[in-house]
Design a protein around this ligand. Structure first.
Ligand SMILES: Cc1cc2nc3c(=O)[nH]c(=O)nc-3n(C[C@H](O)[C@H](O)[C@H](O)COP(=O)(O)O)c2cc1C
Length: 339
């Protein structure tokens, strides 16, 4: 059954309302980005970037008070919030999951079984590599669920490793039986990377294999209309948005409005976007300082410019900035005020 009315979904005790989730994106969905999305509203659950469990324990072994940069803001930030972890060792994942659940008090611990990047698959035998080994996926989920209780654990997968070995339905059953509280499926295989289009029929086909936990569909949702269409046409309980919301962090708010049957608020005006960009910059610089913060901001600024007139010139100039004054100049030139 689709969720055309946009009913909230439940991940264990966590109510996800609206059933529109902000996806984890390494290098992007840090505290500053999440904060901006939260200010616009419209998402029922936000997620951090994926955090490597072994790396986490290594940092802590050196200094108990230190945590991976990717956990910036996680302790203080509003809830609900999911932290995503990755590795291939059940015990390591369970130890880190327990810390996140009980010390950091996050709302959801999500496990990555979808990352197709070689460093994660071939080198660390993690992420989408594990889709070939449903038993291992089951062992990981079971261990992490036990360690995190009562905080719910979820899994994020792709359809399979290759087009010839699509096995998401099998993995879905294993994940549910191991005690996970929700499953997110990106409608591509690892082999696809980001090529082609996400296969929502295949996502939908997983639903009958799940008896009680919600299914969250993900892939290529770039407009409020696409979000509502996905919830109306396909057997998913919720949807997750990644890339399109880098250019438009207000996309969740627009989609949520349309789902309620209202006219979605308009896209931001150039001047509003300029203010947003400066706000985002301030958050990043406050944490990383002007030097590192400015360099880090390059990629976010490039995302904001997408689809704007003069985006290419802006991207070229912003990709070279390294000081606050260069950043402000690039913004002034490409996002002029009308006065
Ligand atoms: C730059 C980038 C980083 C990503 N990092 C993660 C990650 O850390 N964990 C994860 O599960 N998926 C990650 N993904 C995948 C997205 O969460 C999502 O599944 C994929 O982009 C498809 O959704 P979309 O079409 O809405 O972008 C990443 C995607 C991109 C583009």
């Amino acid at each position: 059954m689709p969720n055309a009315e946009g009913k909230p979904l439940r991940i264990g005790p966590v109510v996800v309302d609206p059933p529109i989730l902000q996806a984890p994106m390494a290098g992007f969905t840090n505290y500053a980005y999440r904060q901006i999305v939260r200010e616009f509203g419209g998402t029922g659950l936000q997620a951090t970037e994926m955090v490597n469990a072994k790396g986490f324990l290594h940092i802590q072994a050196e200094d108990e008070q230190s945590y991976p940069d990717r956990l910036w803001g996680v302790r203080e930030e509003d809830r609900p919030l999911a932290v995503q972890i990755w590795d291939n060792d059940p015990a390591t994942l369970a130890e880190v999951g327990a810390k996140l659940a009980h010390e950091f008090r996050v709302s959801v611990v999500d496990i990555n079984f979808g990352c197709p990047v070689k460093q994660v698959t071939e080198k660390a035998h993690s992420g989408s590599y594990l889709l070939r080994y449903p038993d291992r996926v089951g062992a990981i989920v079971e261990r992490v669920v036990q360690a995190c209780f009562p905080v719910p654990v979820t899994a994020k997968i792709r359809l399979g490793c290759t087009r010839d070995t699509v096995n998401a339905h099998e993995v879905a059953q294993v994940v549910e039986q191991a005690g996970a509280s929700a499953l997110t499926v990106h409608g591509r295989t690892a082999q696809d990377f980001f090529k082609g289009t996400a296969d929502w029929e295949q996502i939908s086909a997983i639903k009958p294999y799940l008896r009680k936990i919600p299914l969250i569909g993900n892939g290529d949702l770039a407009t409020p209309q696409a979000v509502v269409a996905a919830l109306t046409r396909y057997a998913v309980d919720g949807v997750m948005i990644a890339r399109a919301a880098l250019a438009k962090p207000w996309l969740f708010r627009q989609a949520a409005a349309l789902l309620r049957g209202e006219d979605p608020p308009a896209d931001l005006l150039l001047e509003e976007e300029r203010e947003l960009l400066l706000h985002h910059y301030e958050l990043v610089v406050r944490r990383f300082g002007p030097e590192k913060g400015t360099v880090l901001m390059r990629k976010f600024a490039c995302c904001y410019a997408q689809g704007r007139r003069g985006a290419r010139e802006f991207r070229t100039s912003v990709s070279r900035i390294s000081t606050p004054s260069e950043f402000h100049r690039a913004v002034r030139e490409s996002f002029p005020t009308s006065v």
